[in-house]
Design a protein around this ligand. Structure first.
Ligand code: ACO
Length: 322
């Protein structure tokens, strides 16, 4: 059996920090409302000209260093993003060029906030098949570029950043199980209503931003995240009590707490970064993962449950032994 083991993690946040007080100056909101309703205190925002690939490159170099390998040892690059630098080439190809590694398989995955979970699960399937040995899996976003900064319903929620992991073939687990789901019927609750083959004129005029029916999304997220964790545990025979760390998508502290409660996981076993990063979509889980690895909370041999819910709707989980 070929397992996929996490060999190293990395992350990067843009230098510019925007606090809730900064947002009070541009929309009708308060620090108190944002903290009470979301848990967010601040978020990082990419500088003018700083792109998703710039963030992805820095996170990737940190992950390569942590794994003690060079980029030339990578044979698969997957970037999860909803905010690619260009329509094409993919951000994965741009990243591959930056890292100076011509040849390896490289592609982007678009599953919004579930993007990293999708990408990690796909990398595991490539490695398990024996076709690839070492993958660079990145979640990177510049969500700030598709936010209407005059809309208080959405602009207080999101931030920019990138997280990366190196996944390699191993005799030992490794990724134990992953589950991926989607239901396109809920498109109208969470979307950016412009794209290439529809609304392109609007898009190039700089119109078309994240639209969200927040409370409907909230309810769906809480119900769905509890279910996906149960599904994943049931497929492995592991119990809720076997999970050492829950690493949830960081959208809202109330969603995170509700999911932890369903799992009967105490909050001191849940990695929370939403207060510092906001919702960084596909970057949020690898950012939280790297934060808790680097500050010494997550240790080798521990069981981690990652779970996410986002636009699509998409949702999924990865259970792994670190
Ligand atoms: N400051 C002050 N008041 C605000 C703000 C703000 N920034 N934003 C909204 N309000 C107001 C609303 O206008 C509304 O006022 P009204 O009652 O007079 O109409 C009131 O606050 C309550 O609004 P709700 O939407 O009911 O507030 P809720 O408690 O649901 O919190 C939130 C809103 C934070 C958006 C929450 O619904 C949420 O987190 N939803 C889920 C987000 C999520 O998980 N998204 C999935 C991933 S994102 C992705 O995939 C890209």
């Amino acid at each position: 059996m070929i397992y996929s083991r996490i060999a190293g993690t990395g992350s990067y946040l843009p230098e510019k920090v925007v606090t809730n007080s900064d947002l009070e100056k541009i929309v009708d909101t308060t620090d108190q409302w944002i903290q009470d309703r979301t848990g967010i205190k601040k978020r990082h925002i990419a500088a003018d000209g700083e792109t998703t690939c710039d963030l992805a490159e820095k996170a990737s170099r940190n992950a390569l260093e942590a794994a003690g390998i060079t980029a030339s040892e990578i044979d698969l690059v997957i970037v999860a993003t909803t905010t690619p630098d260009l329509i094409f080439p993919s951000t994965a190809c741009l990243l591959q060029q930056r890292l100076g590694i011509a040849g390896p398989t490289a592609f982007d995955i678009q599953a919004v906030c579930t993007g990293f979970v999708y990408a990690l699960s796909i990398a595991e399937k490539f490695i398990k098949s024996g076709s690839h040995k070492r993958a660079l899996v990145v979640g990177a976003e510049t969500l700030s570029r598709i936010i209407d900064w005059s809309d208080r319903n959405t602009c207080v929620l999101f931030g920019d950043g990138a997280g990366a992991v190196i996944v390699e073939a191993s005799d030992e687990p490794g990724i134990i199980a992953s589950h991926l789901h989607a239901d396109g019927a809920y498109e109208s609750l969470l979307r950016v209503p412009v794209g290439v083959s529809s609304g392109f004129e609007q898009m190039i005029r700089g119109e078309g931003y994240v639209e969200m029916k927040g409370s409907e999304v909230f309810k769906m997220a809480v119900t769905t995240l509890g279910r996906i964790v149960d599904e994943t545990l049931a497929s492995t025979g592991l119990q809720k009590s076997d999970i050492d760390w829950l690493i949830p998508h960081q959208a809202n502290i109330r969603i995170i707490k509700a999911t932890a409660k369903k799992l009967r996981t105490p909050m001191d076993r849940v990695v929370v970064t939403v207060h510092d990063h906001g919702n960084t979509s596909a970057a949020s889980i690898p950012l939280a993962f790297d934060t808790a690895v680097r500050d010494g909370r997550i240790k080798r041999g521990e069981i981690l449950m990652m779970e996410a819910f986002g636009g699509g709707f998409t949702w999924g989980s990865v259970l792994l032994k670190y």
